[in-house]
Design a protein around this ligand. Structure first.
Ligand SMILES: Nc1ncnc2c1ncn2[C@@H]1O[C@H](COP(=O)(O)OP(=O)(O)OP(=O)(O)O)[C@@H](O)[C@H]1O
Length: 558
C-alpha cells in the first residue's frame, strides 16, 4: 500500500485517480502530499482551499473512516488502518455527503425536461447532477458526458468556455452572461444558487438560452429594414421622377412639347410607343403616364423584353395552369398581362420580343382576351399598353424583328424623347435634382462647384440621363471633401477647351471673378500643355515664375 517513505502504491493510486470524487492525502503536519486530478481542479478554481483540508485532520491523528465512500473503497481505507501507518492520514472525502443534498424526483425531472431552455444543474460542490433534453440538444453532449462530472473538469476539457456554476458558487449570487457552449453556440446563460434551510449551497441551476435563432431573426429584421429602406428610396425616386415629368420642370422647348403630349396621353387610354436613345427616360415617362392616368392606383407592370429568356417568355407573359408543361409549378402561374389587369403593361425593348409571341400579343390587343398555357377558357383582361424601343422601329420592321401590324397597333401615338445633348438647357437643373437625390440616398450634403456644372453642360452625354446620373453618383461616392470640383470630373468630361463664354447659362449667377477664374484656368490648362517648362512659360506669359506656380496650384493644374 503505502510505504514508510511516503510513496503511494499503484493500487491506491489507481483508486484515487479513478474515482469521480476529490481524493487527497495529507501528512500528519497537514501538508497536502497527494491529490487526484479532481482535487487539483477544485483547488485551482478556488472551490476548495488547503485550509479547508487542514480542518479535515482529526486532532487525535486518526484516519477518518467515518466518511462514506464506495464499498470497494472502504476496504482500501480499512487496509490502511490495519497497516497502522502513522505517517499519513488518508482522507477519502465525499464532499457531497458533507453538505445538504439536492433531490430531483421524477416529477421534477419531467418538468425540467419539458423546458425549452437548456438546463444544467450541479450540486453545491459543482458536480453535475442533471441536464435536460434541451441541454443535450443544445450542446450535443450526452448525459454520460456530463452527469457526475465536476464542472471544473468539464471546464478544463473545453466543454464550456467559462463556468457560470463556478462564479455562482464563489459569489453565492445569481449571474447572467453570454457563453459559448461546446465551442459552437452562443447562449445566454443564467446561473441561480439554491440554498437549504441552513443556508448551505445545495445546487446551482443554469439555464441556457440559444441565441443563434434570435440572432438569425435579428439579421432577417435588419435585412428587411434595409430592403424597406431601399424600396423607400426607390419610391422617392419614382415620386421625384413623376414630379419632374411635367412641362414646367424643363427649360427645353422640345421637352415642353414632349411633356404636353404626355399629359394628354395620360388622360386617354391609347397605346403609346415611346422612342428615343438609351437612357433618355422612356421607362420613367411610361411610369409617369401611368401615374397620371386613371389607372394610377392599379398595377404598373414593366417587362424588359430583352431580359426574359425566350423559352420562358410565353409562360411569363400569358401564365399557365398546373401541369401545363414539364417543370410547371403545381399551383400554375398568373402571367404578366393578367397581373397588369386594370393597370398598365409596359413592354420595354419591344423589338426583342420573339416574333411568334408578337402574333399572340397582337391577338390579345385585338380581342382583349388571353388564355393561360394549358387552359381552355379565355380570360378578359383590361390593360393599357405602353411600349418602348431605343432602336428605329422602321429598321426593326425591315430586319424582321418587329411585326408591322403589331407596330401600328402599339403606336397609335408615338412619342420621341430627345437626347440630352438636344436639351442642354436642362442639364444644370437635372444635375441639381440628381445631386439632391444622390445626397439623400447616401446621407450626404455634397455640393457642386459652378465650374463643374459648366463642364457637365458642355459634355455630349451619349448615355443621356442615365449617364448623367451615374457620373454624379460616382463623383459623390468617391469624393473626400464636401464640394465636387473639376478634379472630381471623369476625364471624358474634363476637357478645358469645351468652355465657351457664350454657353455659360445666366442661371449660374457667376460673378466677374468666377468668369475670369474659369477662363484663366482654361487658358493655363492649354498653355501648360504646349510649354511644360514653367520658367519658359512664365516669361512667355509675362508673369513671374512664382505667380505662375501659384496660379497653377490654385486651379489644380498639374
Ligand atoms: N426627368 C428625370 N430627371 C432625373 N432623372 C431621370 C429623369 N428621367 C429619367 N431619369 C433617370 O435616367 C435614367 C434612365 O431613365 P430610363 O430608364 O427611364 O431611360 P430609358 O430611356 O428607359 O432607358 P433604356 O432605353 O436604356 O431602357 C434612370 O435612372 C432615371 O432615374
Amino acid at each position: 500500500m503505502m510505504k514508510e517513505n511516503g510513496f503511494i502504491d499503484v493500487q491506491l493510486e489507481d483508486f484515487v485517480q479513478g474515482t469521480d470524487r476529490p481524493c487527497f492525502i495529507l501528512n500528519e503536519k497537514g501538508a497536502l502530499v497527494y491529490s487526484n486530478v479532481l482535487t487539483e481542479l477544485l483547488l485551482k478554481n478556488h472551490l476548495l482551499s488547503v485550509d479547508y483540508l487542514h480542518g479535515m485532520i482529526p486532532a487525535d491523528g486518526e484516519v477518518i473512516s467515518t466518511i462514506r465512500v464506495g464499498e470497494s473503497y472502504d476496504a482500501l481505507v480499512r487496509k490502511i488502518i490495519i497497516s497502522g501507518t502513522t505517517l499519513f492520514h488518508v482522507v477519502l472525502h465525499n464532499l457531497l455527503e458533507s453538505r445538504g443534498v439536492l433531490n430531483i424526483d421524477d416529477n421534477m425531472e419531467s418538468v425540467i425536461n419539458s423546458l425549452q431552455e437548456g438546463v444544467y444543474i450541479t450540486d453545491g460542490e459543482g458536480f453535475t447532477k442533471k441536464i435536460n433534453n434541451a441541454y443535450t440538444e443544445l450542446t450535443g453532449l450526452s448525459r454520460q458526458d456530463l452527469e457526475g462530472k465536476h464542472v471544473a473538469e468539464l471546464l478544463s476539457f473545453g466543454v464550456f468556455d467559462s463556468s457560470m456554476t463556478v462564479r455562482v458558487m464563489k459569489s453565492r449570487t445569481r449571474f447572467s452572461n453570454m457563453q459559448k457552449i461546446n465551442n459552437n453556440k452562443i447562449c445566454l446563460v443564467t446561473g441561480v444558487p439554491v440554498f437549504d434551510e441552513n443556508n448551505n449551497l445545495i445546487a446551482v441551476i443554469n439555464s441556457a438560452y440559444d441565441l443563434t435563432e434570435m440572432n438569425r431573426l435579428q439579421e432577417d429584421v435588419k435585412k428587411s429594414e434595409i430592403s424597406l429602406k431601399r424600396k423607400d428610396i426607390e419610391i422617392d425616386r419614382l415620386r421625384a421622377r413623376v414630379g419632374q415629368s411635367h412641362s414646367s420642370s424643363t427649360r427645353s422647348a422640345i421637352m415642353k412639347s414632349v411633356y404636353k403630349i404626355s399629359e394628354k396621353l395620360a388622360d386617354s387610354d391609347v397605346s403609346v410607343l415611346l422612342l428615343g436613345s438609351t437612357g433618355t427616360g422612356k421607362s420613367t415617362m411610361a411610369y409617369s403616364i401611368h401615374k397620371n392616368s386613371q389607372r394610377a392606383k392599379e398595377a404598373f407592370i414593366e417587362v424588359n423584353c430583352g431580359a426574359v429568356p425566350e423559352s420562358l417568355f410565353e409562360s411569363e407573359l400569358f401564365g399557365y395552369v398546373k401541369g401545363a408543361f414539364t417543370g410547371a409549378s403545381d399551383r400554375g402561374k398568373v402571367g404578366l398581362i393578367e397581373s397588369a389587369d386594370k393597370g398598365t403593361l409596359f413592354l420595354d425593348e419591344i423589338g426583342d420580343m420573339p416574333i411568334h409571341l408578337q402574333v399572340k400579343l397582337l391577338t390579345f390587343l385585338q380581342t382583349g382576351k388571353i388564355r393561360r398555357l394549358g387552359e381552355t377558357n379565355d380570360r378578359k383582361i383590361n390593360v393599357r399598353i405602353i411600349s418602348a424601343t431605343n432602336k428605329d422601329p422602321v429598321k426593326l420592321i425591315e430586319a424582321g424583328m418587329l411585326r408591322e401590324d403589331l407596330f401600328y397597333r402599339l403606336s397609335l401615338v408615338s412619342l420621341t424623347l430627345p437626347d440630352l445633348k438636344e436639351r442642354k438647357e436642362d442639364v444644370f437643373f437635372l444635375a441639381k435634382d440628381i445631386l439632391g437625390a444622390v445626397n439623400e440616398r447616401y446621407g450626404k450634403a455634397v455640393e457642386m462647384s459652378k465650374e463643374v456644372f459648366l463642364f457637365l453642360e458642355s459634355y455630349d452625354w451619349p448615355g443621356n440621363l442615365r449617364e448623367l446620373e451615374h457620373v454624379i453618383e460616382q463623383m459623390v461616392v468617391l469624393l473626400d471633401g464636401s464640394v465636387i470640383g473639376v478634379d472630381s470630373l471623369p476625364d471624358k468630361i474634363f476637357s478645358p477647351s469645351v468652355l465657351k463664354p457664350t454657353e455659360i447659362p445666366i442661371e449660374l449667377n457667376l460673378t466677374l471673378q468666377d468668369y475670369m477664374d474659369i477662363h484663366e484656368k482654361e487658358f493655363l490648362s492649354m498653355a501648360i500643355k504646349s510649354e511644360q517648362d514653367t520658367g519658359k512659360l512664365s516669361s512667355k506669359l509675362g508673369i513671374h515664375r512664382t505667380t505662375l506656380a501659384r496660379k497653377l496650384k490654385y486651379h489644380g493644374i498639374k
